[in-house]
Design a binder for this molecule. Structure first.
Ligand code: NDP
Length: 317
């Protein structure tokens, strides 16, 4: 833990700037908690990596992900949130107020901490996957499936998420190729059963996507390697979905907060309370199941209300 001389005290510190963090900020600022929000290195979070967002209520004509996060930021600022670009490098939740170090040099003590650091989608790591990210390549079927209505797509992954997303996409798309890298799924039996009984899903076992093909603007296909025979084939698809898991951004909290085996923060059901008093978690960092901007925003609102009530109860004692 850094013991820098530069220390500042705040009532409410929010870590992370996706829909959860900004919504927590709007509510906390309106409750006069004078929140300070650190954006992290990727201000705006995962939505700044997407293009069209058509499923966030209140935008009848859709909105671009980065533009929507800019709207969130402006709304949080309008009520006086102190938004700062910075990265929380370590925390110490052993006593109150909680101690948080920013950019390895500045120490902040906080009566309440709201964690909204999100989760990061795992990618295959192909340069072509990066190149077409947002232009046919996606890590979220519910967000982007609609854009591929009636088209052929491929999805990689064999867990519950991939199975669920493949069946979701099968309802919208003409054909879904599902690339499974081993000769079996990781997903639960029930999910696999659903996949195998969906006529327009073709499962290709022992397969790896080696390149995303495109015309410079959009995806036009993928190259697939059979890792048993070494044979390669090209599939003509317009969309390529990567569903190989997410990594919650929780490394700095591992000594303090309860997490599941993947690293998602555990909260008391029906609340955003963690195992440490005065520390709350909202958004994807504590939700591997819904992972939507609107559900993250909803839990951000809950976190601010939980923080406000925690402070009020402390004051009343
Ligand atoms: P998982 O970690 O469970 O599965 C990841 C899948 O991606 C695995 O099949 C893995 O293959 C595959 N994979 C990983 N890296 C690569 C790669 N480089 N190339 C190809 N394939 C790769 O993640 P999920 O997101 O599916 O699920 C996370 C958790 O959420 C799980 O506990 C799951 O049960 C749960 N969940 C539950 C749901 C439900 O109950 N309805 C819905 C969604 C998620 P391999 O198997 O070979 O390792």
């Amino acid at each position: 833990m850094n013991n820098s001389l530069e220390t500042e005290h705040v009532q409410c510190l929010i870590i992370g700037s996706g829909p959860a963090g900004y919504t927590a900020a709007i509510y906390a600022a309106r409750a006069d908690l004078k929140p300070v929000l650190y954006t992290g290195m990727e201000a705006g979070g995962q939505l700044t990596q997407t293009t069209d967002v058509d499923n966030f209520p209140g935008y009848p004509n859709g909105v671009m992900g980065p533009e929507m996060m800019e709207d969130f930021r402006k709304q949080a600022e309008r009520f006086g949130t102190d938004i700062r670009f910075g990265y929380v490098s370590s925390v110490d939740f052993s006593s109150t107020p909680h101690r948080v170090v920013v950019d390895e040099i500045k120490t902040i003590t906080a009566d309440t901490v709201i964690i909204s650091t999100g989760a990061t989608a795992k990618w295959l790591g192909l340069p072509s996957e990066q190149k077409y990210n947002g232009f046919g390549v996606s890590a979220c079927a519910v967000c982007d499936g609609f854009f591929f209505k009636g088209q052929d797509i491929a999805i990689v992954g064999a867990g519950d998420t991939a199975a669920e997303e493949a069946t979701y996409l099968a309802k919208l798309c003409k054909k879904v190729y599902m690339l499974v890298r081993r000769d079996e799924f990781r997903a639960s039996k029930a999910m696999v059963h659903r996949v195998l009984n969906t006529p327009n899903i073709e499962v290709i076992y022992n397969s790896e996507a080696t390149e995303v093909l495109g015309n410079g603007k959009n995806v036009t296909g993928i190259k697939v390697l059979n890792n048993q025979t070494g044979a390669e084939q090209e599939l003509a698809v317009e969309g390529f979905f990567v569903a190989i898991g997410h990594q919650p951004n929780t490394a700095i909290f591992k000594d303090w907060l309860d997490m599941d085996e993947t690293g998602y923060l555990k909260t008391i059901p029906g609340s955003t309370k963690t195992n440490v008093e005065g520390v709350f978690a909202c958004g994807d960092v504590q939700d591997h199941y819904y992972r939507q901007a609107v559900t993250a925003a909803g839990s951000g609102c809950m976190a601010a209300l939980d923080a406000e009530r925690y402070l009020a109860a402390k004051e009343a004692v």
